[in-house]
Design a protein around this ligand. Structure first.
Ligand SMILES: Cc1ncc(COP(=O)(O)O)c(C=O)c1O
Length: 460
């Protein structure tokens, strides 16, 4: 590493070594944490940067929630609702309530009791509020859990591939290698999960957990059925694995009817660490998420408490506490809807379902089945969530995205960003969450033109 010294300063002795002065304190990325410069960390910035460079392009790339329903006045109301809750329902004196909202606060958060109630109402999950840590988005929750689990260089994380890049990036930051597990049509290829866990152990590694997204996964859009969820839990018990269940999209099924139970709802032996986000169900700008970590841990003082307590210790050195103002906004929204986010998202769910149907129908119109030859362009038909994966007979990379944005005016996400190797990937992800049906039509027309031209280019 180059050391600061300032031009003209004399060399100085350190630990018996003479250290030569250098021109400046500038650094090389090679001297920083190895995660910096890794594709997992540059991916989000790269995608943002492409969309900034081509602002006129229709974006079927962003997994952001629909903005039309954002309402600044509602934010004030939620804050007031939560403030009243502190005084009227929890019995805090006015100065205490003011302090809770505006002062540094409890590391594990101040809306943990409402999150526990929300999980009971919406998901049938019973959790002790003390097992909840309110975090700065789900992203921080992932980081805290991975930081805690990564205890030894032999540790590895299994993760269903393709994998959400935020998880891969967080794992990189804590030096935890990610071993891919095949996803397949059922969400998790259970035989491969068992094989990877055993392969890891046979090579002297310790698989700490497996990261899964059973509901409308990002990026695959795939969901697990209930028997497979039960089989996954049984397999995790047999192989002694924790499961990290991430569930930001579960409230957005296309069809009405009962939603399948989460892994955490089926979990009878504290095998599941549940990662939650309010970014899609309340407000991304609040940056509030949470983790339910009820696994028992004997602390250094011998006292047994939930893993959440250990995560809180890490959090106290990362973000200290999640903004209580942001938590209050989320808490107020929960209170205004009886702690259920299902009715609170009626309009959002309808918009996403309409858009998913519209996108899938639009793909079918633009790439119709031909009885005389096999389909070369295929796509998934997810039962909910934000994402559709389109498979094409050519490699889809960042250069093609650039061409698409510049020459065709449409943005999407290369699926290669969700795989941890450099093998070519012939697929792209489309997102329906931040667009109107008209924008979907325009985006698909442009995408169809790109794909048609690429197919012709391949033939010539
Ligand atoms: C699968 C998945 N997990 C976690 C997150 C991050 O959520 P948050 O915005 O709460 O940090 C996202 C965001 O897009 C996501 O798709």
């Amino acid at each position: 590493m180059r050391r600061s010294g300032g031009g003209g300063r004399a060399a100085y002795a350190r630990g018996g070594l003479r250290v030569a002065p250098t021109e400046s304190a500038d650094l090389s990325v090679a001297d920083l944490h190895p995660a910096l410069g890794d594709p997992a960390l540059t991916s989000m910035n790269f995608l943002n940067e492409v969309s900034e460079r081509y602002p006129a392009a229709v974006s079927l790339a962003a997994g952001r929630p629909y903005e039309e329903f954002f309402d600044v006045a509602a934010v004030h109301r939620h804050l007031d609702t939560f403030h009243r809750h502190l005084v009227d329902e929890l019995g805090h004196a006015p100065e205490q309530a003011r302090r809770l909202l505006l002062q540094y606060g409890r590391t594990k958060g101040i809306v943990h009791h409402l999150i526990a109630r929300n999980l009971a109402v919406d998901e049938g999950i019973t959790v002790d509020p003390e097992a909840v840590v309110v975090t700065v988005g789900c992203q921080e929750a992932m980081f805290l859990v991975l930081r805690a689990l990564r205890a030894d260089p032999a540790d590895v994380l299994l993760a269903v591939a393709p994998t959400y890049v935020g998880l891969t990036g967080a794992a990189r930051l804590v030096d935890l290698p990610v071993w891919p597990v095949a996803g397949g049509p059922s969400g998790v290829d259970l035989a491969d999960l068992r094989a990877q866990a055993r392969r890891a152990r046979a090579s002297g590694r310790r698989p700490r957990a497996c990261y899964v997204l059973p509901d409308f996964a990002n990026p695959s859009g795939v969901s697990m059925n209930v028997p497979d969820r039960q089989r996954l839990l049984a397999l995790a018990a047999e192989e002694d694995l924790l499961l990290l269940e991430d569930n930001p999209y579960g409230l957005f099924p296309v069809e009405d009817g009962p939603r399948p139970p989460t892994l955490k709802a089926l979990d009878t032996d504290r095998r599941v660490v549940y990662l939650g986000s309010f970014a899609k169900t309340v407000l991304p700008g609040a940056r509030v998420g949470y983790v339910v970590a009820d696994q028992r841990v004997a602390g250094s003082d011998g006292r047994v408490g939930p893993l959440a307590d250990q995560l809180a210790m890490i959090k106290s050195m990362v973000t200290v506490n999640t903004s209580p103002i942001a938590q209050a906004v989320i808490g107020g929204r929960l209170l205004e809807h009886g702690c259920s986010l299902v009715p609170a998202n009626t309009r959002e769910r309808a918009a996403y379902a309409r858009n998913l149907r519209h996108l899938v129908a639009g793909l079918a119109r633009r790439f119709p089945d031909r009885p005389d030859r096999p389909a070369v362009v295929r796509w998934t038909v997810p039962a909910g969530g934000f994402f559709v994966v389109v498979t094409v007979p050519f490699a889809v990379d960042d250069a093609l995205l650039d061409t698409s944005a510049r020459d065709y005016g449409v943005l999407w996400t290369p699926m290669a960003h969700f795989y941890d190797d450099t093998a070519p990937v012939c697929a792209l992800r489309l997102s329906v969450s931040a667009v109107t049906p008209e924008q979907i039509d325009l985006g698909l027309d442009r995408l169809a033109a790109l794909i048609t031209d690429e197919l012709l280019r391949g033939r010539s």
